[in-house]
Ligand binder design. Structure first.
Ligand code: NAD
Length: 362
């Protein structure tokens, strides 16, 4: 099993280092190879996704990714900005299905901005289509308007589009995932206004005929945004397009209190995947040793489960994380009165100790 390790920028290097220590503690045999990506790769090679990094990622069974970006690169032309590396990896590896679980750990109920009764026991999965929609649709650009409200004025435009196979495959991913959970899928669209999303809704409904054991409902994205804060537990699996998924998955992330807790997986049709925390490179706390490494450690657990066929090892990591939280250790982002504040390294140490001392079962 080969893992491409791409720590990236900012806190990326600190949190990925902890995830690697956790993987090492499992005593499984992985080959791990590290490469530069994002701003770090731009500094060294003049490009955020150098050929060698892309080649390594393509050859690996899975990619463990930290985060990329820093404000200092904001003035670079778009193709050279660190964030382009993520888009390039998604596109080149065909990573069309993004899994973002939003789980509220019992010990962190108080960290949410919502009332405990709304959030306790929350366990939802957002599946976001990742390689289509308005983020990739062509044509796009700037031009002089020839019609619209202000003919002759400067305007910008993007294209929202989805093809039948793109919607069919993400719908199947969602129904399959629901089969392993509570067998409910909510497809989120804007079919009342957008042709693309009426098409989306029609196709999801068609694909659903192959999954009679799964309950399907449809919801407009504006309502879904409201329901996520009003009654999040009524959802189980949410499937949606690239742009709506981008926004809703961040909203769901914050339901659980800290973005520092949330892992993610992006998979292609052969289960090769890129695993990364849901947060960015956090330049404001980079280098201080205070970042929460748990989202990255939990992303490594998802990697073991989805791409490396090591479900038992994934369970061990997840149990270790619960054990550490139950013992009262907290990084600053999830700290509250009565708990012990620790740094990135100490949090990693505690997870490793929970795994190696075999204090954890199942
Ligand atoms: P961010 O997620 O990096 O940070 C938002 C806030 O959350 C900050 O206050 C940060 O300190 C805090 N935070 C994030 N992760 C944390 C952790 N593990 N532990 C404790 N606190 C944490 O988002 P941002 O500030 O909007 O963006 C910073 C940079 O990251 C930008 O350059 C952006 O483009 C990039 N970015 C990268 C990715 C990615 O690599 N996948 C995703 C989002 C943003």
């Amino acid at each position: 099993m080969k893992i491409a390790v791409l720590p990236g920028d900012g806190i990326g290097t600190e949190i990925v280092a902890e995830a690697i220590r956790v993987l090492d503690a499992l005593d499984l045999s992985f080959e791990m190879e590290t490469a530069l990506v994002g701003g770090a790769a731009y500094e060294a090679h003049g490009h955020p996704l150098p050929e060698a990094t892309l080649k390594l990622a393509k050859e690996a069974d899975a990619v463990l990714f930290g985060a990329v970006g820093d404000w200092k690169y904001d003035k670079l032309e778009r193709p050279l900005r660190p964030e382009q590396a993520i888009l390039g990896l998604r596109k080149n590896l065909g990573l069309f299905a993004n899994f973002r679980p939003a789980i509220c750990y019992e010990q962190l109920v108080g960290a949410s901005s919502l009332k405990p009764e709304l959030i306790a026991g929350l366990d939802i999965l957002i599946i976001r289509e990742l390689t289509g929609d308005i983020y990739f649709g062509q044509p796009r650009g700037r031009r002089t308007a020839v019609d619209g409200h202000f003919p002759g004025a400067e305007e910008a435009f993007d294209t929202m589009r989805y093809s039948r196979p793109e919607v069919e495959r993400i719908a199947r991913v969602a129904f399959e995932a629901a089969r392993k959970r509570s067998k409910r899928v909510t497809s989120v669209d804007k079919a009342n206004v957008l042709e693309t999303f009426q098409f989306w809704k029609d196709i999801v409904t068609e694909v659903h005929k192959d999954y009679p054991d799964i309950e399907l409902d449809h919801m407009y994205v504006d309502n879904a945004a409201m329901q996520l804060v009003k009654a999040p537990k009524k959802f189980d699996v949410i499937v949606t397009g690239n742009m709506f998924g981008d926004i809703l998955s961040d909203e769901a992330a914050m339901l659980t209190g800290s973005i520092g807790m949330l892992p993610s997986a992006s998979l292609n049709s052969s289960n090769q995947g890129l695993y990364e925390p849901s947060h960015g490179s956090a330049p404001d706390i980079a280098g201080k040793g205070v970042a929460n490494p748990l989202a990255t450690i939990l992303s490594a657990a998802m990697m073991l489960r989805f791409s490396l066929n090591q479900a038992e090892a994934a369970d061990r990591i997840e149990s270790a994380v619960k054990h550490v939280l139950a013992s009262g250790l907290r990084t600053g982002d999830i700290w509250s009165e009565g708990t012990k504040r620790v740094g990135t390294r100490e949090m990693g140490d505690a997870v490793v100790a929970a795994i190696t001392k075999k204090t954890i079962t199942g």
